[in-house]
Design a protein. Structure first.
Lengths: 103, 195
C-alpha cells in the first residue's frame, strides 16, 4: 500500500479545491493570465477569478509580486545603465556616416 | 502654423548642411539602443551607420506624424533586427528550464519569499544592477528581443508584431515567458542573496 506524506496530501487537497471550487481557477490557469493582468489587459470576468485565486493561493500571490518587481527592475536597470555618456561622440563613425551619405 | 508644427519643422533637417547636426544630435542615444539590442559595440556601430543612411534616404518621406526621434528610433531598431536576423540570433531557442513549475496536482511550486528587494535597493548596488543586466542578456534571443522592445524600448504589442513579423499571440506568450524566465534568473538578487 502506498503511503502519502502530509505535504502531498495538502498539495492534493489544494489542487482538488482549486479545480472544483466555483469561479476558481487553477495555478496553471492563473499563470496563463499573469501577463494580461500585469499589463492591465485582463477582461473583468477573468480579472475577478484571477484576484479570487490570488487571495486563496499564497504561492501565486508571492509569484505575482516577484514577477511585477522583475518587470520594474529590468526596466529601471536598463534605463539607468544604458545612458549615453556626455561627450562620448565617436568622431570616426560620424565621419564614416557623412562620407557614406555622399556616395 | 501651430506651436507643435513649428517644433516639428525645426526638428527636420533635410539639406546636406544639416546632416552633420542630425548625426551629432542623435548618434549617442542611437548607439545606446543598438548596443542594448545587439550586445556588441562593433555591430551597434554598423547598425547605426545603416540606420543613418536609411534615414537620409527616407528623410523626404518623413511625414512628421511622429517626432524625429521616434522615427529615428524605429529605423535604428529595424537596422538592429536586420543584423540579428542575418546572424540568426532570433532563431527559436528553448526557454523551458527557466519557466514556473507546478506539482502533479497543478499547484504552483514557489519557494517562500521572506524578502523582496526594492527597485532602489537593486539600482543603488552596482553589483546587483550588473547581475540583472547580465541575466537579461542570458535570455534566449527570440525571447529577449520581445522583452526589450515591449518593456524597455516602449513599443506596444501591435508595433512589436509589425517589427518582428510574428503573430500577436506569439508576442504575448514570448513576453510573458521572457519575464517569467528573467524572474527565475534574478531570484537570488531579488531575494537579497547577492549583496
Amino acid at each position: 500500500m502506498k503511503h502519502y506524506g502530509i505535504i502531498q496530501i495538502r498539495q492534493w487537497l489544494k489542487g482538488f479545491m482549486l479545480k472544483h471550487m466555483h469561479n476558481m481557477i487553477t495555478c496553471k490557469e492563473f499563470e496563463d493570465f499573469v501577463r494580461d493582468y500585469v499589463d492591465d489587459e485582463l477582461p473583468a470576468r477573468q480579472r475577478s477569478k484571477f484576484e479570487l485565486h490570488m487571495r486563496m493561493c499564497h504561492q501565486c500571490r508571492q509569484y505575482l509580486q516577484a514577477y511585477q518587481r522583475t518587470v520594474e527592475v529590468g526596466h529601471a536597470v536598463l534605463s539607468s545603465t544604458d545612458k549615453p555618456v556626455p561627450g562620448d561622440v565617436p568622431e570616426d563613425l560620424i565621419k564614416a556616416i557623412l562620407e557614406a551619405r555622399k556616395r | 502654423m501651430t506651436e507643435q508644427d513649428k517644433t516639428k519643422q525645426h526638428e527636420l533637417p533635410p539639406d546636406a548642411n544639416s546632416a552633420d547636426t542630425l548625426v551629432r544630435d542623435n548618434i549617442s542615444w542611437m548607439l545606446v539602443v543598438a548596443q542594448r539590442l545587439l550586445k556588441d559595440r562593433a555591430l551597434a556601430e554598423d547598425a547605426v551607420q545603416e540606420a543613418f543612411l536609411s534615414a537620409f534616404r527616407g528623410l523626404d518621406k518623413f511625414e512628421q506624424r511622429s517626432s524625429l526621434k521616434t522615427w529615428l528610433h524605429r529605423i535604428t531598431v529595424n537596422a538592429c533586427l536586420m543584423k540579428l536576423r542575418q546572424l540568426k540570433r532570433l532563431a527559436e531557442q528553448p526557454i523551458d528550464e527557466y519557466l514556473p513549475e507546478f506539482t502533479r496536482y497543478g499547484c504552483r511550486i514557489e519557494e517562500h519569499w521572506g524578502n523582496l528587494a526594492s527597485v532602489e535597493e537593486i539600482l543603488n548596488n552596482e553589483q546587483r544592477s550588473a547581475q540583472v543586466h547580465k541575466m537579461i542578456n542570458k535570455l534566449p534571443g527570440n525571447y529577449r528581443i520581445v522583452l526589450l522592445l515591449r518593456d524597455i524600448e516602449g513599443y506596444n504589442t501591435e508595433e512589436v508584431v509589425e517589427l518582428l513579423g510574428i503573430s500577436e499571440s506569439n508576442v504575448k506568450v514570448r513576453l510573458h515567458r521572457a519575464r517569467a524566465a528573467l524572474k527565475k534568473l534574478i531570484e537570488p538578487i531579488l531575494r537579497g542573496e547577492i549583496v
